[in-house]
Structure formats: C-alpha cells, structure tokens
Design a protein around this ligand. Structure first.
Ligand SMILES: C[S@@+](CC[C@H](N)C(=O)[O-])C[C@H]1O[C@@H](n2cnc3c(N)ncnc32)[C@H](O)[C@@H]1O
Length: 253
C-alpha cells in the first residue's frame, strides 16, 4: 500500500465533502467579529492540497501554506500556477517553524494539530505566536476532543470525474495517560478501472477542552475567544449538544 499523503489527488477527492465557500465565509465572519487587525495575509497550517487557497485568493487575500509533505506542496504549487504571485508555500514542521514575515490570520483545518506531547504543543503555539501579528486570530477546526476518546470506525465514498474514492477512518486507543491514539485512513480508489489502495497511520494525541484552556492560561501570548459547533458562529458550544466539526478561535495578545 502506498502512503496517502504521497497521493494528493486522491486525498483531495476523499476530503472534498466540505463546503469551502461556506468555510471561507466563516473565516471572514470570525475576522469581522473578533480580529483586532485587518487581514490580508492568511496562513494555513498543514496545508496539504490547500483546499481553501483559490477561494481565499479570489476574495483578495495572500495565501501562505506550510506542510511537511513535499508531494502535497508540489501538488498545491501545480494547482496555483495561474495565481503564483498570491500564494507562498514552505516545507516546515508545525511543531517548530518560522516564516520570514508575519501574517494576519492563521487556520488549521480538519483536526490537523500534529503535536503529541505537551512540549510539542507549546512549541507549536510558540511558532504560531511568532508568525501571527498581535490582535490576529488562530482558527482551529476540530483540534479539540470534546468527546472522550473511543474506538471509532467511519467510512464514506466520493466521486469526481469518474474517479471513485472510498475512505475508511479509524481511531484505536493507545494510552490513557499520554492520551495517544492511532489514527488510520485508508483510501480504496477506482480510477477509471485502475484499482489502488493508499493508507496512512498516524500517532495522535487527544487535547481535551479544559486542558486546552489551562494550556492557554499558562501562556501569555494568546487569549481564548470561544468555541462553536459545526462551523457556525451562532452556535457556541454549551457541552450538552451533539458535537460535530467544532471550531475554536484564539487571539494573539
Ligand atoms: C488531514 S491533512 C489536511 C490537509 C489540508 N489542510 C485539508 O484541509 O485538507 C494533514 C496535513 O498535515 C500535514 N502534516 C502532518 N504533520 C505535519 C507537521 N508536523 N508539520 C506540518 N505539516 C504536517 C500532512 O502532510 C497533511 O498534508
């Protein structure tokens, strides 16, 4: 089986269930409500195939993306040839990175906070604190575990231009003390009759809501703004509802 992130085209189809325009609307609404600075430069952490890039550029932003996977970055570069003056990529590790200039808004989609220890988490927020301007927002999609970890299996199928991608997602608990688990993603692809499988297994760590607040309180560079259900800024989380795709916003002090 091949590695999933070496095959950006099929990854892109698998995760194309998102309403990108609506998500960019939510970025803009959160900026309107909570940012203390005007926003022109936007940075995506773990950008991969950069799903929001074109919509952001269309709306007048400069797009920055960092990722560890060269294959993903090359794919994003290829996709953005016609807007190359408005997009900027860097191969960098979100746990410890810097950019040569500061941005106004940072976001991290799909729970991609790959920092498995307290040290790595703090180092990640140190890096965000350096690249984000004072008053700017850090928007986290699905990075906080509002439900206790449980063994999970999920699957779905997407189709684009005759390519069918069936995705299986799994969570297997590893350690209750370190809050670590194995996240598995498998893609079974039928590309016009050519069948292939790609798999990815990652060591992940749960971040629970109250530990996230304590982590922020222990730092002096961010303030907590809020968390909401299902990308909807009119639905602040109460904790008693069914939670799906929660978003969390913090602001650089
Ligand atoms: C779930 S994908 C998200 C891709 C894209 N942002 C999206 O919304 O579909 C996670 C991405 O994070 C990248 N990644 C994993 N660990 C990383 C790290 N330590 N630093 C930077 N990127 C990392 C992977 O290469 C992959 O492209």
């Amino acid at each position: 089986m091949d590695h999933l992130y070496q095959n950006p085209k099929y990854y892109e189809i698998a995760f194309s269930f998102r309403d990108i325009q609506n998500e960019v609307d939510t970025f803009e609404e959160s900026i309107k409500r909570f940012s203390k600075i005007p926003v022109t430069d936007v940075l995506e952490i773990g950008c991969g195939n950069s799903p929001h890039m074109r919509e952001l550029v269309k709306r007048g932003y400069q797009y920055y993306g960092i990722d560890l996977s060269e294959a993903m970055l090359e794919y994003s570069e290829e996709k953005s040839k016609d807007i190359s003056d408005k997009v900027h990529f860097a191969c960098a590790d979100m746990r410890d990175f810097t950019l040569n200039h500061q941005v106004d808004f940072v976001y991290i989609p799909l729970g991609s906070l790959y920092a498995n220890t307290n040290e790595a988490l703090n180092s990640h927020f140190d890096s965000i604190g350096k690249v984000l301007k004072k008053g700017g927002l850090y928007f986290l999609d699905w990075c906080i575990n509002f439900e206790p970890l449980s063994e999970t299996r999920d699957s779905w199928e997407m189709e684009e231009d005759g390519i069918i991608v069936r995705t299986e997602f799994s969570i297997s608990k590893l350690n209750k003390v370190t809050q670590t688990y194995e996240e598995g993603i498998t893609l079974d692809v039928d590309d016009h009759g050519k069948e292939m499988s790609f798999a990815q297994k990652d060591l992940r760590r749960a971040v629970y809501p109250q530990e996230f607040l304590i982590l922020l309180q222990g730092r002096k560079d961010f303030e907590f703004i809020g968390w909401w259900n299902n990308w909807n800024l009119d639905r602040p989380l109460k904790g008693t509802e069914q939670i799906s795709r929660p978003i969390t916003i913090i602001r650089k002090k």
